[in-house]
Design a protein around this ligand. Structure first.
Ligand code: HEM
Length: 438
């Protein structure tokens, strides 16, 4: 049957052109064509002779991302990420990726994440104090900027701990703050960003010569060994992995929190339930690792926000050899687009998809959906390595703020999405911290 299908070389429906510069119209166009053509359709590209297939059904996505993942490499857009992140985990392929994934995986183990709880709380505590002051004086906060700062702070301290303080002291500022300050991800940014390599190199050298290993990701990366060869990561590889963690761990989490606060501001009853849960579980104290599992409504709110606004709105793959997806022929070199933004609105798996309803993620309801219907962190062997860390960080942040303050959206400001590398707010969002009605 399969060979027959391949020899027929039946192609999926669809026509039109995809511009890889991703102008504003791209995402609405992809969504509109999904409603017209369904689970798999094709487009021509402006840049190559190969077809681009847009795939949106969980069964087909399990095939591409799990069962037959070896037939695919990272696709369109990866060149840009490549310039930024060298051969780090996000972009590496084949044996190099496999080796690095094995060496890095233990850094995201539950026992390690537990030890990061205090740091996560500390980062949120800092912004809460500042917001409480603003609540008293009636000032407005730029929530987009604040979320960028709080998540950058966390990942930098998680990576460098005491060395970050030293660096800030030596330089008089934080050289890594360009990541939050500059939103463009162009060549110019890449050059400035890569210049940070030297700083990481110096930190590694200092730790080696002083035999100093504070508890942080950098120490774990220095001490990681390839199980087969017993070798550490080559220095250049280590630097690429550190810079990968900075970028991958910061912008996505910032965007998810930004949209979560936006959704909460639009649903006051959700804000109240969050406040109740935080009061019940935490009773005024800061979360411990053991609390995370009990903050289940907080988790559901974050998951539902990422359903409607998945920071990684587009996953791209390129077929190495030929394949068959959903009965259609996939020639080698075909570009695949998988858009969590679209999959998360698939009417077969999400009733009334535009509606914000955190209860969709109550375990009994979530269990009814097939794997692949929710892809905020992707799935399969190349899923997000930082998923548990990001979820824990976000749960701690939302619950800590919820037991102290409410954030009200300032009316009459434009709220639009920008779908470039990540799904970001096109304009910063402004909110007013308010006291809770207890
Ligand atoms: C809300 C926060 C986050 C979201 C929504 C997110 C989403 C994703 C997605 C969708 C992928 C798959 C990309 C693809 O297949 O093209 C991915 C991969 C990855 N993420 Fe995350 N991520 C988040 C946080 C983090 C954090 C905190 C870290 C690390 C500190 C991280 C590190 C990575 C890495 C290294 C990969 C590549 C994994 C591999 O290919 O083996 N992410 N992430």
């Amino acid at each position: 049957m399969k060979n027959e299908m391949l020899s027929e070389k039946k192609l999926p429906p669809g026509e039109g052109l995809i511009d890889f510069a991703f102008p504003d119209e791209t995402l609405p166009m992809l969504l509109e064509k999904f409603h017209r053509h369904g689970d798999i359709y094709k487009l021509n590209s402006t840049r190559s002779d190969a077809w681009t297939y847009v795939v949106s059904h969980p069964d087909l996505l399990r095939h591409v991302l799990s069962t037959n993942y070896r037939n695919y490499r990272k696709g369109v857009g990866i060149e840009v990420v490549n310039i930024l992140l060298g051969r780090g985990l996000m972009v590496s392929e084949g044996d190099l990726w496999k080796r690095q994934r094995k060496m890095i995986q233990p850094m995201f183990h539950r026992s390690v994440l537990e030890r990061f709880t205090a740091l996560m709380s500390r980062c949120s505590r800092k912004v809460i104090s500042a917001w409480q002051e603003k609540q008293r004086t009636g000032e407005v906060i730029d929530i987009t900027e604040e979320m960028s700062q709080v998540t950058l702070n966390f990942i930098l301290y998680a990576l460098f701990s005491e060395d970050l303080d030293r660096l800030i002291e030596q330089q008089g500022n934080n050289p890594f703050s360009i990541v939050a300050e500059e939103s463009a991800r162009n060549l110019q940014f890449a050059r400035r960003f890569r210049a940070l390599s030297g700083l990481v190199k110096d930190m590694v050298a200092a730790r080696q010569s002083e035999e100093r290993r504070p508890f942080d990701l950098l120490s774990m990366m220095i001490d990681a060994r390839d199980k087969q060869t017993g070798e550490p990561m080559p220095e250049k590889q280590l630097i690429d992995e550190v810079l990968t963690a900075v970028v991958a761990g910061h912008e996505t989490t910032a965007s998810a929190l930004n949209w979560t606060w936006y959704m909460i501001s639009q649903h006051p009853e959700v804000g109240e339930r969050l406040q109740q849960e935080a009061a019940g579980v935490l009773g005024g104290r800061e979360p411990t690792a053991a609390d995370i599992n009990h903050l289940s409504y907080t988790r559901q709110v974050i998951e539902e926000s990422m359903r409607l606004y998945p920071p990684g709105w587009l996953l791209t793959r390129r077929a190495l050899g030929e394949d068959e997806i959903g009965g259609y022929y996939v020639p080698p070199g075909t570009d695949l687009f998988i858009s969590p933004y679209i999959v998360h609105r698939h009417p077969q798996f999400w009733e009334d998809p535009e509606r914000f309803r955190p209860e969709r993620f109550v375990p009994e309801e979530a269990a009814e959906r097939p794997q692949g219907a929710y892809l905020a962190f992707s799935m399969g062997p190349r899923n997000c390595i930082g998923e548990a860390m990001a979820m824990q960080e976000m749960i701690i942040h939302i619950s800590m703020v919820s037991q102290q303050l409410r954030l009200a959206l300032i009316p009459d400001q434009p709220v639009e999405i920008e779908a470039k590398v990540n799904l970001r707010p096109k304009h910063h969002l402004y909110m007013k911290p308010e006291a809770l009605h207890r």
